[in-house]
Write a protein that binds this ligand. Structure first.
Ligand code: AMP
Ligand code: MG
Length: 296
């Protein structure tokens, strides 16, 4: 069945050719009765991801950042929950980027993400990321209110954010060159489906905690957010650090495609359990013999 499922390569953008967010689907309109195939394939992928994560952790050479950006209620947390469901929590690190604290704002914008990078061997899930600094910060004009030297912001908005895109491309290249991969997911949810999910959050007592009236403010800025996502994704998609723009109106489809993106990165890394050296093998053999003989 897997061959009939949507292919992640169709949602991957690596800077080749034009990127047009308005042409990217929010739904593949998979019939309900076929969604179970996506669920089954996701489950299989989650197991494969866990196996590779064990090796990644044991090898401790390369770190992975699994980063999800999206509008509210697109399914950032639940996607990570399903994709990483079978992983050993010991090798998982997670961090949610909220409104910056005073201390965070007193630093450069890449600082807080860098403080929360997973160590090599871990998978770090970023719920939002330093991309907020080219999204919410742009849409709300927050950058104009920051306290910093005039030379840093004395330019028009496009030039300011083009500079940030260049900095982010350089930063992600720096990470790649230092043993990290960044798997960047944009969950592309529609305005209508977002409304449905907000209504569900209000109707279901056990989902009330997820609802915040403030989230509705972003609905009024939908167009501005989509323009900011368009520019960000177009200018920070690279061969080594592509974006995956995933239709998110149907959760099983989104989760499966996100799992494909992470699985592909882990397969590329191809981690192996470290092979013990000759002296370590010798030592183990000796200790084993002593354990068997009851000497230790
Ligand atoms: P939530 O993910 O629902 O907990 O909301 C976190 C909120 O923090 C979102 O509205 C984000 O847009 C906001 N946020 C994250 N990073 C920044 C930032 N650098 N500047 C301003 N707001 C941010
Ligand atoms: Mg929220």
């Amino acid at each position: 069945m897997t061959e009939d499922l949507a292919k992640i390569k169709d949602f991957r953008f690596d800077g080749d050719g034009e990127f047009d967010l308005s042409a990217c689907p929010t739904s593949l309109e998979v019939p309900d009765e076929q969604l179970e195939f996506y669920e089954a394939a996701l489950e299989k992928n989650a197991k494969k991801i866990a196996k590779l994560q064990e090796k990644l952790f044991a090898a401790g050479e390369e770190g992975v950042v699994f980063l999800i950006q999206a509008m509210d209620a697109a399914g950032k947390d639940s996607t990570a929950k399903h994709v990483l469901a079978k992983c050993n929590p010991v090798g998982i690190f997670d961090y949610s980027f909220r409104t910056p604290t005073k201390e965070e704002l007193a630093h450069d914008y890449l600082w807080r993400g860098h403080c929360h990078m997973p160590v090599r061997g871990e998978i770090g899930f970023f719920n939002r990321s330093y991309y907020e600094d080219v999204l919410v910060v742009r849409v709300n004009g927050l950058w104009k209110g920051y306290k910093w030297p005039k030379r840093c912001f004395d330019m028009d908005e496009q030039d300011f954010f083009d500079k940030r895109f260049r900095q982010i491309r350089d930063y992600e290249r720096y990470l790649y060159e230092n043993g990290y991969r960044v798997v960047k997911i944009f969950l592309n949810v529609s305005l209508d489906e977002q409304a449905n999910r907000f209504i569900r959050r209000i109707d279901k007592p056990d989902k009330n905690y997820k609802f915040s009236a403030g989230d509705l403010g972003n609905r009024a800025q939908w167009e501005q957010y989509m323009a900011a996502f368009q520019d960000s994704i177009a200018k920070t998609s690279t061969k080594k650090n592509p974006w995956f723009v995933i239709p998110a109106d149907q959760k099983p489809v989104a989760r499966y495609l996100a799992s494909e993106a992470l699985l592909k990165a882990l397969k590329d890394i191809d981690p192996e359990f470290p092979e013990p050296g000759e002296s370590a093998k010798q030592e183990m053999a000796e200790l084993r013999a002593k354990l068997v003989a009851g000497e230790i």
